[in-house]
Design a protein around this ligand. Structure first.
Ligand code: SF4
Length: 471
């Protein structure tokens, strides 16, 4: 990885000279047709580009640059390495470390820790060296996040909404700090000399996440509400906070809205829960160095994105993998010399299968529609088989009725009613089976076509019944 941008001047020069040579050696098309050569001047070109209305009617003239088959370009790996290095080693390139990545060793709780796993918080305090390094992609996310923050702050400022970009919030009990992104002026109470503002928190998100407020952002906003009430800094400036405003920005620009803007009001009950959680973190995780059990599964999104994942799960062995039995496949392996032709054949068959399946999907509803419109249950295909209109039956359970009839205690054994659990309950407690019968509704699925036997009534399709639940 280079730290100084040094392009190898010869690589580009040699390539360029080779290209010029190759271009010069190419045979050019020469117009050898006899007759008068068309002299084109600027006026002709203008006429062709902007034809008179009369010409347009007869013939459309236009000129476009078509794509070339091959472009004379080369990958500039030196420049790529340099850009990557500005993220990985910013100080070498005269840039400060990205603010959002912060110091690896945690010194106090942040209000944004509300979304973090308590084990992650433990490691950040006491074993920060076990964190994996940020990936280049992760560093790009941080860099882009900062850029989005600054852009939104500057827009609010030029729109004369911003009151005082960024600021600290601090709580004594539980001790934690927060960092809001802006204050939006709402009104000024001249009599009391108090300015009312909304506090802004900006977050960059995936496109699917900008429509709804995430619980952890809501919880962080509750901490901001509480901290703002107790902030000496805001009090000294005679500022009162009305709401916490969350601004989400779709970092990929893939959604239609791009922004999500939400006003979060104070929710005292939730605030108590969040404060209690932080008190527990402060007392147990930070104070008593308590490393709690794993609250998430190794495969969870939380763990996959966690920078302590390797260290955190190091002592828990990966589940053993029972390898699939491939012996029979190996026993039936094709001869090596047939493999090429088999590959071709298999490709053709898969294409054919797709075409056939497409056709079945078109013909089936038409055929089924005909049978339903004529109220026909069967249509014979040949002497032994027929097409039959079938339905799948699903059972819906009236949970409230069940709870009322069998009581909360027994209902808790089958909290999600299904046939197997109910059968077991009836057997173990000699329950009245008719109660369950009364709580059922059988719902038919959309009709489908089945091929059934004509003579002996042995049907090819097994009767299927699925369990679903409904209140
Ligand atoms: S890997 Fe998972 S369980 Fe471990 S600290 Fe990270 S989020 Fe928590």
């Amino acid at each position: 990885m280079s730290t100084k941008y040094k392009r190898d001047p010869d690589s580009t020069k040699i390539l360029r000279e080779k290209n010029i040579e190759a271009e010069a050696a190419k045979p050019r098309e020469v117009d050898k047709s006899p007759g008068v050569r068309l002299e084109i001047n600027a006026e002709d070109i203008r006429k062709r580009l902007f034809p008179e209305p009369a010409l347009i009617k007869r013939k459309i003239n236009y000129m476009v640059l078509r794509d070339q088959e091959k472009l004379l370009v080369e990958w500039d790996s030196d420049l790529y390495d340099l850009i990557v290095d500005t993220y990985i080693n910013p100080s070498k390139h005269g840039r400060g470390a990205l603010h959002a990545t912060g110091d690896k060793k945690k010194k106090n709780l942040y209000m944004s820790d509300v979304s973090k796993c308590p084990r992650e918080i433990f490691y950040a305090f006491f074993e920060p060296e076990t964190a994996r390094d940020y990936t280049f992609k992760g560093l790009c996310f941080f860099g882009d996040g900062n850029m989005h923050h600054e852009d939104i702050q500057s827009r609010l400022k030029t729109a004369r909404l911003a009151r005082n970009p960024e600021g600290y919030l601090e709580l004594d009990d539980p001790h934690c700090t927060g960092y809001y992104d802006d204050l939006i002026h709402i009104k000024y109470d001249e009599k009391a000399g108090i300015e009312y503002c909304d506090m802004v928190e900006i977050k960059t998100k995936m496109p699917s996440a900008i429509d709804n407020v995430k619980q952890s952002d809501y919880d962080q906003a509750q901490l901001y509400h509480y901290a703002a009430q107790h902030s000496k800094r805001l009090k000294s400036k005679n500022i009162k906070i009305q709401n916490i405003v969350l601004i989400y920005k779709d970092r990929s620009l893939m959604s239609n809205k791009i922004f999500g803007t939400f006003r979060v009001q104070p929710d005292p009950d939730r605030c108590v829960d969040v404060l209690n959680y932080f008190r527990w973190l402060e007392k147990m995780v930070v104070g008593e160095k308590f490393l709690c059990a794993h609250p998430y599964e190794r495969k969870s999104t939380k763990c996959q994105y966690c920078k302590f994942v390797e260290h955190c799960w190091a002592k828990i062995a990966l589940p053993p993998v029972k390898l699939a039995d491939v012996d029979t496949l190996i026993a039936g392996a094709a001869d090596a010399e047939l493999v090429d032709s088999l590959a071709q054949k298999l490709r053709e068959l898969i294409t054919l299968e797709k075409d056939i399946s497409k056709e079945i999907k078109t013909l089936t509803p038409a055929f089924l529609g005909y049978m339903l419109s004529k109220k026909l249950v069967d249509i014979a295909i040949n002497e032994t088989e027929k097409f039959t209109v079938r339905h799948k039956n699903t059972t819906e359970w009236n949970r409230d009725f069940l709870k009322q009839k069998i009581g909360e205690k027994y209902y808790s054994f089958i909290s999600t009613p299904n046939a197997a659990l109910i059968k077991d309950l009836i057997k173990r407690f000699d329950a009245d089976a008719s109660v369950f019968e009364q709580a059922k509704t059988i719902k038919q699925s959309k009709p489908f076509l089945a091929i059934t036997k004509i003579n002996n009534s042995v049907e090819t399709e097994e009767k299927e019944e699925e369990e679903t639940n409904a209140d």
